[in-house]
Design a protein. Structure first.
Length: 460
């Protein structure tokens, strides 16, 4: 069959029959269909979902971007929209309704009220959890069985449950009479074990779970640690509330990584859609704040240079020569500081840098900074002497300033993110503009202080 294209999908929307739509769903993955739908107009997407029933098309709807889902659902009548929400995974449905409530709270409430009681209760529960928590991330679709059943009885119990179509059905969670989580088993173990055995005989005692308040970043680290595709979510009394699946965690990893990158670049939002499309006004507003800090740093640096110029005496080398090395010193200091900052921020995010290792990490980076500073300053000293034939005094001043500047840059680049983390502030805020501006000022102070000290000592 030919690959799915935008034109093929447009023809299907205009002239396609029910048979054509069935062929589409049979031969193409929902993610591929959603990708092509994403480049069509809002009207074409709306018409596509009007021509097929929710049971068939809901998987495609879930693959679309959230803003595109919102555009489609908001244009449907309440009963049709409720049918789509009912067919969606509870966690995806809750995300969509939460987004809808921000633009049209009345419509969101009407859709929730039109849902069957069970789905309505599930959605309201999911919406009650804190944003970016395990509770907000989980789905209420999972399979659980009591521990006191025989395996034959457990199989009958499972068949009577509303078994989810996703990977969550592979893990069977074992609960006590009070519905407390006490372990888990797998569908494979239940099928292959003797039917006369008790469920407790195939129960895994080392049950892994998260509290519903747990931050989504910590949840992602837990998935990485235990290499599981599903992890249950419990309340304070260890009652199972739902499960988090690995596909949701992949979304979290992408979201958190994007957030860190945007913060490191000095933007005050992590909304990719806002920054890359839509209104031009909002990206300007979001990118300006850190640039204002850069302006402030530049004004301070300008004042320092002006002050230095008035105190400089040209008995050893010209002022112009001295000032010509400022870009090199500032650039290297800023780059080294940003390198250290990026390594630490990423290490904190992935959990490879623990709070108890903070001093060790600072010490390690200082030693690395000393090594980098020594190599680059000696390299620059040789170039200044052998190629440009500058005096030993001037070459020593530049190389010495560069060595100290790089060493200080590694200390600041490492310490700031660790300090912010200790204060429960996102370490990514110690972003490139902030560190670069700070190091520009400090680097100049170091360079000018050494230069003036040596000049005055020669004059004396």
């Amino acid at each position: 069959m030919n690959p799915l294209t935008k034109n093929l999908l447009q023809q299907l929307i205009k002239k396609g029959t029910a048979k054509n739509y069935l062929a589409l769903f049979k031969h193409f993955h929902e993610a591929d269909i959603a990708e092509q739908l994403g480049v069509l107009s809002s009207e074409e997407r709306q018409l596509f979902f009007k021509k097929v029933n929710p049971e068939m098309s809901v998987d495609i709807l879930e693959e679309l971007d959230l803003d595109q889902q919102l555009d489609i659902i908001s244009q449907f009548k309440t009963d049709i929209a409720a049918k789509f929400i009912e067919e969606m995974e509870p966690d995806d449905a809750a995300d969509l309704l939460e987004e809808l409530s921000e633009t049209n709270e009345t419509q969101a409430e009407n859709i929730i009220n039109a849902l069957p009681e069970k789905e309505k209760s599930d959605i309201k529960t999911l919406l009650s959890y804190e944003e970016d928590s395990a509770g907000a991330l989980m789905t209420s679709h999972y399979v659980s069985i009591p521990e006191n059943l025989l395996i034959s009885e457990a199989l009958k119990d499972i068949k009577q449950q509303d078994i989810p179509e996703s990977e969550t059905s592979f893990y069977i969670f074992i609960v006590s009479k009070q519905k407390k989580l006490i372990g888990y088993t797998t569908l494979r173990e239940i099928i292959l074990s003797p039917k006369s055995n008790k469920v407790s005989s195939i129960r895994h005692e080392h049950n892994i779970y998260v509290d519903h308040h747990t931050d989504q970043e910590d949840v992602a680290l837990l998935f990485q640690k235990y290499n599981m595709s599903v992890i249950p979510v419990v309340d304070e009394k260890k009652h199972i509330l739902g499960v988090i699946t690995v596909d949701d965690v992949v979304d979290v990893v992408v979201e958190e990584a994007s957030e860190d990158i945007y913060k490191l670049s000095g933007t005050s939002t992590n909304d990719e859609k806002t920054l890359t499309s839509g209104s031009l006004f909002k990206p300007i507003i979001y990118r300006i704040p850190w640039l204002l800090i850069t302006i402030l740093g530049g004004l301070i640096a300008s004042y320092i240079i002006n002050n230095y110029s008035t105190k400089f005496t040209e008995n050893l080398f010209p002022l112009a020569l001295s000032l010509s090395f400022i870009p090199l010193l500032m650039g290297l200091g800023g780059n080294v500081g940003n390198q250290s900052s990026a390594i630490v921020v990423r290490g904190i995010a992935t959990g490879s840098i623990k709070p108890q290792r903070a001093l060790l990490m600072i010490g390690r980076e200082i030693i690395i900074g000393l090594g980098i500073g020594l190599f680059i300053s000696l390299f620059l000293f040789i170039i200044n002497i052998k190629i440009y034939h500058y005096s030993i005094v001037f070459s020593s001043i530049v190389s010495g300033s560069l060595f100290i500047n790089i060493s200080v840059a590694t200390l600041i680049g490492t310490s700031l993110p660790l300090l912010f983390s200790k204060l429960n502030i996102d370490p990514a805020i110690a972003s490139a503009p902030f560190i670069s501006t700070t190091l520009d000022v400090i680097g100049q102070l170091i360079y000018f202080a050494i230069t003036l000290t040596i000049i005055h000592s020669f004059v004396a």
